[in-house]
Design a protein around this ligand. Structure first.
Ligand code: SF4
Length: 115
């Protein structure tokens, strides 16, 4: 089920890049206008797994994948597919990049300067 209102907010309604003047890369998002549920799969198995794989396939061809992944890691997004990564993949990436991230908040002990 694809939504077709043409806005990015379809599946990331809390992000309003035009209103904030930030996150302008979202204008080029490959997921723009696609179904919300695809990027927030029900679980890691069965239909949820298939949805996650479909979402990741969209991310693989997205022109702003790197920006999306960096943003998701820096803001510690807990749920959904961002930058081609699911929740577990982001946790592993954050541990690799910020070994102390689990101990002291989303950006680790070093704060924003470490990202
Ligand atoms: S990388 Fe994936 S989730 Fe991120 S903007 Fe692109 S298509 Fe959307």
């Amino acid at each position: 089920m694809a939504m077709s209102d043409g806005t990015f907010g379809t599946h990331r309604p809390w992000l309003q890049p035009r209103a904030s003047g930030l996150l302008t890369w979202l204008d080029s998002a490959g997921c723009r206008g696609l179904d919300t549920e695809l990027f927030f799969p029900a679980g890691p198995k069965g239909p949820g797994r298939r949805e996650a794989d479909e979402a990741k396939a969209v991310c693989q061809t997205c022109p702003v994948r790197q920006q999306c992944a960096s943003w998701a890691l820096a803001t510690a997004q807990e749920y959904g597919i961002w930058g081609g990564m699911d929740e577990e993949e982001r946790v592993r990436a954050r541990r690799r990049i910020l070994p102390d991230a689990q101990e002291s908040g989303p950006l680790g002990k070093k704060g924003i300067d470490s990202v």
